[in-house]
Write a protein that binds this ligand. Structure first.
Ligand SMILES: [Zn+2]
Ligand SMILES: [Zn+2]
Length: 346
């Protein structure tokens, strides 16, 4: 008993001493210098990008739910870096993942709902400041020009301020202006060994909306954006290794809508009910996984973001092993010319 008391007293004295030392300016300066040196060293060390196709979840959320960033997927090979959508909170995740922003090749938009486009300028600014050597091209369905022109106009003064402050040698003004290119369903883009195929997504009344399939050295990923599972989805996932698909938990959303209605929140109940018809239910995705030869199905753009393990389990009810649930900062490694998929959890 005496020994325990003595130990508690020693620990209390040590804690008090540590607290006192942490208030001494000279010690604070040393701790901060050490911390910044570690951060700077980390930033100077390029992230090792494995040979093959690598898919990072920079945003797993839909507008329903909290705690995760909205739609964003990064597709990275040793030579390529494309982002698919840029929802709220996703830029912070790109920083956490330490993805090589200075070599971003392009931003693919699936459609123009706010949860897919709200951080386009943050991506532009982060990569511009980071030393990107080409302007970013934003690719997307018809209407992408309107979005990009609007962002360029909105942030015109921001660009002028930053170039004025840092100088044109450090921040070349022309690299801060976004470019755009319209894509139609069925159109493909070849970038070396990487091929991007746009396909039509069923997300009524949003028209047109796109999803993307990316093929690289025998590996492939399909990213849905928002929309229902239909014949086009079944066709585009044929032979694909990985599908990242928008997913809605019908049991949860139905129950939530009823609870809102019972509590007299009729507007909110109606809005929650409205989202059911234009996102893929988990049941339809489980059927897709069972009936097609897609290698793995990963749910993202979660409606809602599961607030706990019970709701997370609801998403995977009846799902085969090849179905998984994503969260921010998770990534999938698809080694070239292989069938393996390595899942890295945060
Ligand atoms: Zn949408
Ligand atoms: Zn969405």
């Amino acid at each position: 008993m005496k020994k325990i008391l003595l130990l508690i007293m020693v620990l209390a004295v040590l804690a008090l001493a540590a607290r006192f030392l942490s208030t001494v300016p000279a010690i604070q300066d040393r701790v901060v210098a050490r911390g910044t040196a570690t951060l700077a060293q980390q930033a100077a060390t390029p992230l090792p990008i494995p040979e093959g196709l690598n898919v990072y979840v920079c945003g797993s959320a839909s507008p329903l739910g909290m705690g995760q960033a909205q739609a964003c997927i990064a597709v990275v090979t040793p030579e390529h870096f494309y982002l698919i959508d840029s929802g709220a909170g996703s830029t912070e995740n790109l920083g956490r993942l330490r993805l090589p922003m200075a070599r971003l090749d392009g931003l693919l938009l699936t459609h123009f709902h706010s949860d897919h486009i709200s951080e386009i300028y943050e991506v532009n600014l982060g990569s511009w400041v980071g030393g990107r050597e080409q302007p970013i091209t934003v690719l997307g369905p018809q209407g992408v020009g309107k979005i990009v022109d609007g962002i360029n106009a909105t942030y015109n003064l921001d660009r002028i301020y930053r170039v004025g402050h840092h100088g044109a040698d450090l921040l070349a003004p022309e690299l801060g202006v976004l470019q755009h290119q319209s894509l139609a369903a069925g159109e493909t883009i070849a970038d070396g060994e990487l091929k991007i195929t746009a396909y039509a997504a069923e997300h009524p009344p949003i028209e047109p909306a796109l999803g993307y399939r990316i093929d690289y050295r025998g590996r492939s990923v399909v990213v849905s954006g928002d929309g229902n599972v239909n014949a086009v989805t079944r066709q585009i996932v044929d032979g694909a290794d990985l599908l990242l698909h928008d997913a809605l938990s019908l049991p949860f959303v139905t129950t939530l809508s009823k609870s809102l209605a019972d509590a007299g929140q009729t507007r909110q109940a109606q809005i929650v009910t409205d989202v059911i018809d234009y996102h893929a239910s988990t049941e339809s995705l489980v059927a897709l996984a069972n009936e097609t030869n897609v290698g793995m199905v990963a749910f993202y753009h979660l409606v809602p973001v599961p607030p706990n393990a019970i709701v997370a389990d609801m998403f995977l009810r009846g799902a085969p092993d090849k179905v998984t649930l994503t969260e921010d900062l998770m990534w999938f490694e698809l080694p070239a010319d292989s069938k393996d998929i390595v899942i890295h959890k945060p």
